[in-house]
Design a protein around this ligand. Structure first.
Ligand code: PLP
Length: 388
Protein backbone atom coordinates (compact mmCIF):
# COMPACT_ATOMS: atom_id res chain seq x y z
CA UNK A 1 0.00 0.00 0.00
CA UNK A 2 1.08 3.56 -0.68
CA UNK A 3 2.19 5.81 2.21
CA UNK A 4 0.08 8.58 0.67
CA UNK A 5 0.84 11.22 3.30
CA UNK A 6 4.57 10.76 2.83
CA UNK A 7 4.21 10.82 -0.94
CA UNK A 8 2.15 14.02 -0.85
CA UNK A 9 5.00 15.74 0.97
CA UNK A 10 7.70 14.35 -1.34
CA UNK A 11 9.17 16.06 -4.38
CA UNK A 12 8.05 14.47 -7.64
CA UNK A 13 8.79 12.68 -9.93
CA UNK A 14 9.81 10.06 -7.40
CA UNK A 15 10.41 6.33 -7.55
CA UNK A 16 8.64 4.76 -4.61
CA UNK A 17 9.70 1.21 -3.68
CA UNK A 18 7.41 -0.76 -1.40
CA UNK A 19 9.85 -2.36 1.05
CA UNK A 20 7.33 -4.89 2.34
CA UNK A 21 6.49 -6.12 -1.17
CA UNK A 22 10.18 -6.35 -2.08
CA UNK A 23 10.85 -8.41 1.04
CA UNK A 24 7.81 -10.60 0.42
CA UNK A 25 8.98 -11.18 -3.16
CA UNK A 26 12.46 -12.17 -2.00
CA UNK A 27 10.93 -14.54 0.54
CA UNK A 28 8.66 -16.00 -2.16
CA UNK A 29 11.73 -16.74 -4.29
CA UNK A 30 13.43 -18.49 -1.38
CA UNK A 31 10.29 -20.47 -0.60
CA UNK A 32 9.91 -21.50 -4.25
CA UNK A 33 13.46 -22.78 -4.72
CA UNK A 34 13.02 -26.56 -4.81
CA UNK A 35 16.66 -27.51 -4.48
CA UNK A 36 19.66 -25.92 -2.78
CA UNK A 37 21.70 -26.35 -5.95
CA UNK A 38 19.54 -23.55 -7.42
CA UNK A 39 21.24 -20.14 -6.91
CA UNK A 40 19.64 -16.81 -7.74
CA UNK A 41 21.66 -13.80 -8.85
CA UNK A 42 19.79 -10.52 -8.97
CA UNK A 43 20.27 -8.73 -12.32
CA UNK A 44 21.29 -5.29 -11.10
CA UNK A 45 20.57 -3.56 -14.39
CA UNK A 46 16.83 -3.91 -13.72
CA UNK A 47 17.10 -1.51 -10.76
CA UNK A 48 20.41 -0.17 -9.51
CA UNK A 49 18.99 1.91 -6.67
CA UNK A 50 21.57 1.33 -3.87
CA UNK A 51 18.91 0.89 -1.17
CA UNK A 52 17.07 -1.69 -3.24
CA UNK A 53 20.29 -3.60 -3.98
CA UNK A 54 21.11 -3.56 -0.26
CA UNK A 55 17.81 -5.23 0.67
CA UNK A 56 18.41 -7.91 -1.96
CA UNK A 57 22.01 -8.41 -0.84
CA UNK A 58 20.92 -8.71 2.80
CA UNK A 59 18.49 -11.45 1.76
CA UNK A 60 21.48 -13.46 0.57
CA UNK A 61 21.19 -13.23 -3.20
CA UNK A 62 24.11 -13.01 -5.61
CA UNK A 63 24.40 -10.44 -8.39
CA UNK A 64 24.37 -10.53 -12.17
CA UNK A 65 26.30 -7.53 -13.47
CA UNK A 66 26.76 -6.06 -16.93
CA UNK A 67 29.40 -3.43 -16.19
CA UNK A 68 32.28 -2.61 -13.88
CA UNK A 69 30.08 -0.02 -12.19
CA UNK A 70 27.54 -2.71 -11.31
CA UNK A 71 30.29 -4.98 -9.96
CA UNK A 72 31.32 -2.15 -7.62
CA UNK A 73 27.69 -1.56 -6.61
CA UNK A 74 27.24 -5.25 -5.82
CA UNK A 75 30.39 -5.30 -3.68
CA UNK A 76 29.37 -2.08 -1.93
CA UNK A 77 26.04 -3.66 -1.01
CA UNK A 78 27.96 -6.48 0.63
CA UNK A 79 27.56 -9.21 -1.98
CA UNK A 80 30.51 -11.61 -1.84
CA UNK A 81 32.68 -11.47 -4.98
CA UNK A 82 32.25 -15.18 -5.67
CA UNK A 83 28.48 -14.62 -5.88
CA UNK A 84 28.93 -12.08 -8.70
CA UNK A 85 28.62 -13.07 -12.35
CA UNK A 86 29.47 -10.67 -15.13
CA UNK A 87 27.97 -10.68 -18.64
CA UNK A 88 28.02 -8.30 -21.60
CA UNK A 89 29.11 -8.34 -25.24
CA UNK A 90 31.42 -5.34 -24.80
CA UNK A 91 33.49 -5.74 -21.66
CA UNK A 92 36.35 -3.22 -21.56
CA UNK A 93 39.88 -4.12 -20.45
CA UNK A 94 39.43 -1.99 -17.32
CA UNK A 95 36.22 -3.84 -16.45
CA UNK A 96 37.83 -7.26 -16.97
CA UNK A 97 40.78 -6.24 -14.79
CA UNK A 98 38.38 -5.04 -12.09
CA UNK A 99 36.58 -8.39 -12.15
CA UNK A 100 39.90 -10.24 -11.90
CA UNK A 101 41.18 -8.06 -9.10
CA UNK A 102 37.99 -8.44 -7.06
CA UNK A 103 37.81 -12.19 -7.68
CA UNK A 104 34.29 -12.38 -9.10
CA UNK A 105 32.63 -15.78 -9.45
CA UNK A 106 32.28 -15.95 -13.21
CA UNK A 107 32.82 -14.03 -16.42
CA UNK A 108 30.07 -14.92 -18.86
CA UNK A 109 32.02 -14.80 -22.10
CA UNK A 110 30.20 -13.80 -25.26
CA UNK A 111 32.82 -14.32 -28.02
CA UNK A 112 36.10 -16.04 -28.84
CA UNK A 113 37.64 -12.59 -29.25
CA UNK A 114 36.67 -11.74 -25.67
CA UNK A 115 37.96 -15.11 -24.44
CA UNK A 116 41.40 -14.28 -25.82
CA UNK A 117 41.46 -10.86 -24.16
CA UNK A 118 40.39 -12.27 -20.78
CA UNK A 119 43.04 -14.98 -21.03
CA UNK A 120 45.77 -12.43 -21.86
CA UNK A 121 44.78 -10.03 -19.11
CA UNK A 122 44.51 -12.83 -16.55
CA UNK A 123 47.94 -14.23 -17.45
CA UNK A 124 49.50 -10.77 -17.14
CA UNK A 125 47.83 -10.29 -13.75
CA UNK A 126 48.91 -13.76 -12.60
CA UNK A 127 45.28 -14.88 -12.18
CA UNK A 128 42.95 -17.49 -13.55
CA UNK A 129 39.57 -16.16 -14.65
CA UNK A 130 36.57 -18.41 -13.96
CA UNK A 131 34.43 -18.32 -17.10
CA UNK A 132 31.23 -19.61 -18.62
CA UNK A 133 30.33 -19.38 -22.28
CA UNK A 134 27.15 -17.57 -23.10
CA UNK A 135 25.52 -19.80 -25.65
CA UNK A 136 22.93 -18.51 -28.04
CA UNK A 137 20.43 -21.39 -27.99
CA UNK A 138 18.46 -20.05 -30.96
CA UNK A 139 15.15 -20.43 -29.19
CA UNK A 140 12.44 -18.67 -31.13
CA UNK A 141 10.32 -16.64 -28.83
CA UNK A 142 9.09 -14.35 -31.64
CA UNK A 143 5.61 -15.78 -31.74
CA UNK A 144 4.95 -14.49 -28.27
CA UNK A 145 6.50 -11.05 -28.81
CA UNK A 146 9.05 -11.41 -26.06
CA UNK A 147 12.00 -9.17 -25.89
CA UNK A 148 14.21 -11.85 -27.39
CA UNK A 149 17.94 -12.24 -26.97
CA UNK A 150 18.29 -15.97 -27.65
CA UNK A 151 17.88 -16.01 -31.41
CA UNK A 152 20.76 -16.65 -33.81
CA UNK A 153 20.33 -13.17 -35.31
CA UNK A 154 20.87 -11.41 -31.95
CA UNK A 155 24.29 -10.04 -31.07
CA UNK A 156 24.43 -12.00 -27.81
CA UNK A 157 26.39 -15.14 -27.05
CA UNK A 158 28.66 -17.49 -28.96
CA UNK A 159 27.09 -18.64 -32.21
CA UNK A 160 26.40 -22.36 -32.32
CA UNK A 161 28.92 -23.17 -35.08
CA UNK A 162 31.79 -21.65 -33.04
CA UNK A 163 30.87 -23.21 -29.72
CA UNK A 164 33.05 -26.34 -30.01
CA UNK A 165 36.05 -24.28 -31.05
CA UNK A 166 35.52 -21.91 -28.10
CA UNK A 167 35.35 -24.76 -25.61
CA UNK A 168 38.46 -26.41 -27.09
CA UNK A 169 40.39 -23.13 -26.95
CA UNK A 170 39.35 -22.40 -23.37
CA UNK A 171 40.41 -25.87 -22.25
CA UNK A 172 43.91 -25.19 -23.59
CA UNK A 173 44.27 -21.72 -22.05
CA UNK A 174 46.13 -21.19 -18.78
CA UNK A 175 44.47 -17.86 -17.88
CA UNK A 176 40.89 -19.13 -17.79
CA UNK A 177 39.02 -21.96 -16.12
CA UNK A 178 35.89 -23.08 -17.96
CA UNK A 179 33.24 -23.48 -15.28
CA UNK A 180 29.97 -23.48 -17.07
CA UNK A 181 27.48 -22.68 -19.75
CA UNK A 182 25.31 -19.57 -19.69
CA UNK A 183 22.04 -18.75 -21.45
CA UNK A 184 19.58 -15.87 -21.40
CA UNK A 185 16.73 -16.08 -23.88
CA UNK A 186 14.81 -12.85 -23.35
CA UNK A 187 12.70 -10.81 -20.98
CA UNK A 188 9.08 -10.46 -19.83
CA UNK A 189 8.37 -14.14 -20.54
CA UNK A 190 5.10 -15.05 -18.88
CA UNK A 191 4.67 -18.69 -19.89
CA UNK A 192 6.89 -21.63 -19.04
CA UNK A 193 7.22 -23.15 -22.49
CA UNK A 194 10.40 -21.27 -23.56
CA UNK A 195 12.04 -22.25 -20.27
CA UNK A 196 11.12 -25.90 -20.88
CA UNK A 197 12.57 -25.63 -24.41
CA UNK A 198 15.74 -24.12 -22.99
CA UNK A 199 16.00 -26.96 -20.45
CA UNK A 200 15.75 -29.58 -23.21
CA UNK A 201 18.39 -27.74 -25.24
CA UNK A 202 20.71 -27.73 -22.20
CA UNK A 203 20.16 -31.48 -21.72
CA UNK A 204 21.14 -32.37 -25.25
CA UNK A 205 24.18 -30.09 -25.13
CA UNK A 206 25.31 -31.64 -21.88
CA UNK A 207 24.85 -35.12 -23.35
CA UNK A 208 27.07 -34.16 -26.30
CA UNK A 209 29.76 -32.71 -24.07
CA UNK A 210 29.65 -35.69 -21.72
CA UNK A 211 30.51 -37.94 -24.69
CA UNK A 212 33.68 -35.88 -25.14
CA UNK A 213 34.44 -36.14 -21.43
CA UNK A 214 33.55 -32.47 -20.80
CA UNK A 215 31.48 -31.56 -17.75
CA UNK A 216 30.51 -28.25 -16.20
CA UNK A 217 30.22 -27.03 -12.60
CA UNK A 218 27.45 -24.59 -13.37
CA UNK A 219 24.59 -24.14 -15.77
CA UNK A 220 23.23 -20.60 -15.82
CA UNK A 221 19.80 -20.17 -17.41
CA UNK A 222 19.68 -16.37 -17.12
CA UNK A 223 16.55 -14.42 -16.26
CA UNK A 224 13.49 -13.33 -18.17
CA UNK A 225 10.55 -14.24 -15.95
CA UNK A 226 7.82 -11.64 -16.56
CA UNK A 227 5.40 -9.72 -14.35
CA UNK A 228 1.72 -8.79 -14.67
CA UNK A 229 1.68 -5.15 -15.81
CA UNK A 230 -2.12 -5.15 -16.20
CA UNK A 231 -2.95 -6.28 -12.69
CA UNK A 232 -0.19 -5.41 -10.22
CA UNK A 233 -2.58 -5.70 -7.26
CA UNK A 234 -3.97 -9.07 -8.37
CA UNK A 235 -0.51 -10.49 -9.10
CA UNK A 236 2.02 -8.61 -7.00
CA UNK A 237 4.41 -11.59 -6.88
CA UNK A 238 5.28 -13.65 -9.96
CA UNK A 239 4.71 -17.40 -9.92
CA UNK A 240 8.23 -18.41 -8.93
CA UNK A 241 7.08 -21.90 -7.91
CA UNK A 242 5.94 -22.78 -11.39
CA UNK A 243 9.04 -21.16 -12.94
CA UNK A 244 11.54 -23.07 -10.82
CA UNK A 245 9.62 -26.32 -11.06
CA UNK A 246 9.84 -26.17 -14.86
CA UNK A 247 13.62 -26.32 -14.54
CA UNK A 248 13.49 -28.87 -11.71
CA UNK A 249 11.39 -31.13 -13.92
CA UNK A 250 12.93 -30.55 -17.35
CA UNK A 251 16.62 -29.81 -16.80
CA UNK A 252 18.81 -32.75 -15.80
CA UNK A 253 21.47 -31.42 -13.48
CA UNK A 254 24.62 -33.53 -13.37
CA UNK A 255 26.30 -34.70 -10.22
CA UNK A 256 27.55 -31.76 -8.15
CA UNK A 257 26.30 -29.21 -10.65
CA UNK A 258 24.70 -25.89 -9.66
CA UNK A 259 21.87 -24.22 -11.57
CA UNK A 260 22.16 -20.44 -11.66
CA UNK A 261 19.42 -17.90 -12.36
CA UNK A 262 19.68 -14.19 -13.12
CA UNK A 263 16.33 -12.67 -12.26
CA UNK A 264 15.80 -8.94 -12.67
CA UNK A 265 12.34 -7.73 -13.57
CA UNK A 266 10.52 -10.42 -11.58
CA UNK A 267 12.38 -9.41 -8.38
CA UNK A 268 11.85 -5.65 -8.43
CA UNK A 269 9.21 -4.85 -11.09
CA UNK A 270 6.09 -4.82 -8.95
CA UNK A 271 7.50 -3.15 -5.83
CA UNK A 272 8.25 0.11 -7.66
CA UNK A 273 5.96 2.89 -8.84
CA UNK A 274 6.78 6.20 -10.44
CA UNK A 275 4.99 8.82 -8.36
CA UNK A 276 4.17 11.99 -10.27
CA UNK A 277 2.01 15.10 -9.83
CA UNK A 278 -0.61 16.45 -12.18
CA UNK A 279 0.55 19.84 -13.46
CA UNK A 280 -2.44 20.65 -15.63
CA UNK A 281 -5.69 19.12 -16.79
CA UNK A 282 -5.83 20.63 -20.25
CA UNK A 283 -8.88 20.78 -22.46
CA UNK A 284 -7.92 19.95 -26.05
CA UNK A 285 -10.00 19.57 -29.20
CA UNK A 286 -12.36 16.77 -28.21
CA UNK A 287 -9.89 15.43 -25.66
CA UNK A 288 -8.70 16.14 -22.18
CA UNK A 289 -5.02 15.80 -21.33
CA UNK A 290 -3.61 15.08 -17.92
CA UNK A 291 -0.15 16.62 -18.01
CA UNK A 292 2.22 15.05 -15.50
CA UNK A 293 5.49 16.28 -14.07
CA UNK A 294 7.03 12.93 -15.16
CA UNK A 295 7.89 12.15 -18.75
CA UNK A 296 9.84 9.62 -20.74
CA UNK A 297 13.19 10.73 -19.30
CA UNK A 298 11.86 9.38 -15.97
CA UNK A 299 10.21 6.22 -17.34
CA UNK A 300 11.12 5.32 -20.89
CA UNK A 301 9.44 1.92 -21.34
CA UNK A 302 6.23 3.30 -22.92
CA UNK A 303 8.16 5.43 -25.42
CA UNK A 304 10.78 2.74 -26.09
CA UNK A 305 8.73 -0.46 -26.25
CA UNK A 306 5.15 0.75 -26.39
CA UNK A 307 4.79 -0.64 -22.86
CA UNK A 308 1.82 0.29 -20.69
CA UNK A 309 1.97 0.89 -16.95
CA UNK A 310 -1.22 0.90 -14.95
CA UNK A 311 -2.14 4.48 -14.02
CA UNK A 312 -3.69 5.19 -10.64
CA UNK A 313 -4.83 8.51 -9.20
CA UNK A 314 -3.99 8.16 -5.50
CA UNK A 315 -5.39 11.57 -4.47
CA UNK A 316 -8.74 10.92 -6.16
CA UNK A 317 -8.96 7.54 -4.44
CA UNK A 318 -8.45 9.32 -1.13
CA UNK A 319 -11.13 11.95 -1.98
CA UNK A 320 -13.57 9.19 -2.96
CA UNK A 321 -13.08 7.36 0.31
CA UNK A 322 -13.84 10.58 2.19
CA UNK A 323 -16.87 11.62 0.11
CA UNK A 324 -20.27 9.95 0.15
CA UNK A 325 -21.79 11.30 -3.10
CA UNK A 326 -22.56 8.96 -6.00
CA UNK A 327 -22.26 11.31 -9.01
CA UNK A 328 -20.27 10.24 -12.06
CA UNK A 329 -16.74 10.62 -10.81
CA UNK A 330 -14.73 9.43 -13.78
CA UNK A 331 -13.58 10.94 -17.08
CA UNK A 332 -11.49 9.91 -20.07
CA UNK A 333 -8.02 11.42 -20.48
CA UNK A 334 -4.78 11.11 -22.39
CA UNK A 335 -2.02 10.92 -19.79
CA UNK A 336 1.09 12.68 -21.05
CA UNK A 337 4.44 14.03 -19.91
CA UNK A 338 5.93 17.50 -20.33
CA UNK A 339 8.50 16.63 -23.03
CA UNK A 340 8.30 17.98 -26.58
CA UNK A 341 7.84 14.59 -28.25
CA UNK A 342 4.60 12.91 -29.23
CA UNK A 343 5.86 9.61 -27.79
CA UNK A 344 5.87 11.22 -24.33
CA UNK A 345 2.57 9.58 -23.50
CA UNK A 346 1.73 7.10 -20.72
CA UNK A 347 -1.83 6.30 -21.75
CA UNK A 348 -4.42 7.17 -24.36
CA UNK A 349 -8.15 7.36 -23.60
CA UNK A 350 -7.71 6.20 -20.04
CA UNK A 351 -10.69 6.28 -17.74
CA UNK A 352 -9.61 7.80 -14.43
CA UNK A 353 -11.43 9.39 -11.51
CA UNK A 354 -12.01 13.12 -12.11
CA UNK A 355 -8.50 14.44 -11.92
CA UNK A 356 -7.26 17.82 -10.69
CA UNK A 357 -4.10 19.85 -10.72
CA UNK A 358 -1.87 18.67 -7.85
CA UNK A 359 -3.19 15.11 -7.74
CA UNK A 360 -0.66 12.37 -7.03
CA UNK A 361 -0.54 9.72 -9.76
CA UNK A 362 1.19 6.34 -9.53
CA UNK A 363 2.55 4.66 -12.66
CA UNK A 364 2.59 1.11 -11.41
CA UNK A 365 4.97 -1.83 -11.96
CA UNK A 366 7.84 0.56 -12.64
CA UNK A 367 10.46 -1.01 -10.37
CA UNK A 368 12.34 -2.68 -13.22
CA UNK A 369 13.94 -0.76 -16.09
CA UNK A 370 12.42 2.43 -14.67
CA UNK A 371 14.73 4.46 -12.47
CA UNK A 372 17.74 2.60 -13.90
CA UNK A 373 16.95 3.91 -17.39
CA UNK A 374 16.12 7.49 -16.37
CA UNK A 375 18.00 10.29 -18.11
CA UNK A 376 18.42 14.02 -17.70
CA UNK A 377 17.04 14.81 -21.15
CA UNK A 378 15.87 18.45 -21.39
CA UNK A 379 18.20 19.28 -18.49
CA UNK A 380 15.65 17.98 -16.03
CA UNK A 381 16.79 16.58 -12.68
CA UNK A 382 16.76 12.79 -12.27
CA UNK A 383 13.76 11.45 -10.32
CA UNK A 384 14.32 11.01 -6.59
CA UNK A 385 13.56 7.80 -4.75
CA UNK A 386 12.04 6.48 -1.54
CA UNK A 387 12.16 2.96 -0.14
CA UNK A 388 9.67 2.57 2.69
C1 PLP B 1 18.93 -8.34 -18.52
C2 PLP B 1 19.53 -9.64 -18.19
C3 PLP B 1 18.98 -10.44 -17.20
C4 PLP B 1 17.72 -10.07 -16.44
O1 PLP B 1 16.60 -10.15 -17.24
P1 PLP B 1 15.12 -9.98 -16.60
O2 PLP B 1 14.23 -10.12 -17.78
O3 PLP B 1 15.06 -8.63 -15.99
O4 PLP B 1 14.94 -11.08 -15.60
C5 PLP B 1 19.61 -11.64 -16.90
N1 PLP B 1 20.73 -12.02 -17.55
C6 PLP B 1 21.30 -11.27 -18.51
C7 PLP B 1 22.52 -11.74 -19.18
C8 PLP B 1 20.72 -10.07 -18.88
O5 PLP B 1 21.26 -9.34 -19.85
Amino acid sequence: MFPIEKLEKSPTPLYYYDLKLLQDTLQAIKDAIPDDRFKVHYAIKACNNPQVIKVIADAGFGADCVSGGEILQALEAGIAPEKIVYAGVGKTDAEILLGLEKGIGCFNVESIEELEVINDLALKAGKVAPIAFRINPNIDAHTHEYITTGLAENKFGIPHHLEKEAVKKAKEMKGVRLKGLHFHIGSQITINEPFALLSHRVNSMQDDYAKQGITFETINVGGGLGIDYDDPDGNPIPDFKSYFSTFARDLNLRHGQELHFELGRSVVGQCGSLITRVLYVKKGAGKQFVILDAGFPDLIRPALYGAHHKIENLSAALRASEADGSKDTTAVYDIVGPICESTDCFGKDERLPITQRGDIIALRSAGAYGEAMASGYNTRPLPSSLLA
